[in-house]
Design a binder for this molecule. Structure first.
Ligand code: TXA
Ligand code: MG
Length: 340
C-alpha cells in the first residue's frame, strides 16, 4: 500500500462526513494550521491535537479545547531530524544517535529550548519536548507544513487518549477544526519520554521504546530519580482515566472480587487478561495476550466499557515484565484502588 493510500480519510465537523485524505486535504490542513486553527491527526501512538508551534495564540487554543492548564508543556512534532536545531540548544551528541535509531518513532526527547521558542508551548519552562512521529499522515502533514506542530493527545484533560478519528470527535467535537483520519493508531499508547535536558538522563514516561533499548544507545543507565518538579500531565497519579470508576485486580482475586461486586448488585465491565467467565458476562472484553496487541486495543476497550455507564470497570492485572511497563503505567493511572 502506498503512503497516499494509507492517508485514508478526513473527517470534518462542518462536512460531517468522512472523505479520503489526499494531497488536497493535507493542503487544507496546512492552510488551517497557518491560520492558527486546530487540526487533529493520527500518529503511531495516539491522535494529536495540532497547532502551529510557532504561533502562541494558536497554541493557547489547544489548552482551551482540552481544558488543560496552560502550564503543562506540549510536545512539538517535527518532520525531519535536522529540525531539532530549530527548537533546541546545547544538544548532547547522543540525541543524534537516538534520533537515528528511533525516529521516526514513539520517542519524545526533552532538550534545552532555544531562547526564542515561545513559553506558550513549553508551559513556561526552559526545556522543549520534540518528536518525529512514524505515521504516513503525520509525516505528510509535517513535511507539507514545514514547521513544528505542537500536539498533545487529542482528548479532554485527564481523559483517555484517542486512538481513532471517531474518538477525537467524541472527545473534542466542535473544538477541533479538522480531523485527519488515518484509521486506528498502530501502537495505542503514548510515546516514551526521555529527559536529556540535564546531566541526569531520566525516563519521564514509559512507552513502546523500553529503558533497555534506550540504555543500549545511551551506553549508560538512566537515572532512577523521578522527583521531577516538571508539570508533566503524564506524570500525574490520575490520568488517562475513564469516567467510570476502574479498578485493577490480580488474576488470583478476580473471580472472588467479581462475585462480591455482583452480590452488591453492581453493574461491572470486565477487561480480562486470563480470566474466563463461567457464566455469561454481558460486559466482558478479553484482551490480547501479547503486549503490543494489548496496547493497541487498550484505550478503545476502556472507552467501549466507559460508554456503558456501568458502576465499575474491573481490569485484570496483566504481566509486569518490561514489555508491559507502559501498559501497567497507564493502567495504574486509569484505575483507583478497589475498596470493597
Ligand atoms: O505519543 C505521544 O507523545 C502523543 C502523540 C500525539 O505524539 N502526545 C502526547 O502528548 O502524549 P501529551 O501532551 O498528551 O503528553 C506529553 C507529555 C505531557 O505529560 C507533558 O507534560 C510532557 O509530555 N512534556 C512536554 N514537554 C515537556 C517538557 N519540556 N518537560 C517535561 N515534560 C514535558
Ligand atoms: Mg495526553
Amino acid at each position: 500500500m502506498s503512503a497516499n493510500d494509507q492517508l485514508c480519510k478526513v473527517a470534518s465537523k462542518k462536512r460531517d462526513t468522512i472523505v479520503s485524505v489526499d494531497e488536497s486535504t493535507i493542503l487544507e490542513a496546512v492552510s488551517l494550521l497557518k491560520q492558527g486553527r486546530l487540526v487533529a491527526f493520527p500518529t503511531e501512538t495516539v491522535y494529536g491535537l495540532g497547532a502551529d508551534a510557532s504561533n502562541p495564540e494558536a497554541v493557547k487554543q489547544i489548552f482551551a479545547a482540552k481544558g488543560r492548564p496552560e502550564n503543562h508543556p506540549l510536545i512539538v512534532h517535527i518532520g525531519s531530524v535536522e529540525q531539532i536545531n530549530d527548537w533546541a540548544v546545547d544538544i548532547p551528541a547522543v540525541v543524534w544517535r537516538l534520533a537515528q535509531q528511533f525516529w521516526p518513532g514513539p520517542l519524545a526527547l526533552i532538550l534545552k529550548k532555544r531562547p526564542e521558542v515561545s513559553q506558550a508551548v513549553t508551559g513556561g519552562q526552559d526545556t522543549i519536548a520534540l518528536r518525529m512521529p512514524d505515521n504516513p499522515v503525520a509525516l505528510s502533514l509535517l513535511k507539507a507544513f514545514g514547521g513544528g506542530i505542537a500536539a498533545p493527545s487529542a482528548n479532554r484533560f485527564k481523559h483517555i487518549s484517542p486512538t481513532s478519528a471517531n474518538h477525537v470527535l467524541e472527545e473534542l467535537g466542535s473544538a477541533v477544526d479538522l480531523i485527519l483520519d488515518g484509521g486506528s493508531c498502530l501502537l495505542g499508547v503514548e510515546s516514551t519520554i526521555l529527559d536529556l535536558s540535564s546531566e541526569l538522563y531520566r525516563l519521564l514516561r514509559p512507552g513502546h521504546i523500553t529503558v533497555s533499548e534506550l540504555e543500549s544507545v545511551l551506553k549508560t543507565q538512566l537515572s532512577n530519580t523521578n522527583a521531577s518538579t516538571v508539570r508533566s500531565s503524564g506524570m500525574m497519579a490520575v490520568h488517562y482515566a475513564p469516567l467510570t470508576r476502574a479498578c485493577l485486580c490480580t488474576t488470583d482475586q478476580f473471580s472472588e472480587t467479581l462475585n462480591k461486586l455482583v452480590c452488591m448488585k453492581k453493574s461491572v465491565g470486565i477487561l480480562a487478561y486470563r480470566y474466563q467467565p463461567t457464566a455469561k458476562q454481558p460486559h466482558f472484553i478479553c484482551m490480547p495476550e501479547q503486549s503490543t496487541e494489548y496496547a493497541h486495543s487498550l484505550y478503545a476497550a476502556l472507552r467501549e466499557l466507559d460508554r456503558l455507564k456501568l458502576d465499575i470497570i474491573l481490569v485484570e492485572q496483566p504481566p509486569e515484565t518490561e514489555s508491559w511497563r507502559a501498559i501497567n503505567d497507564r493502567l495504574g493511572k486509569a484505575t483507583v484502588p478497589i475498596d470493597i
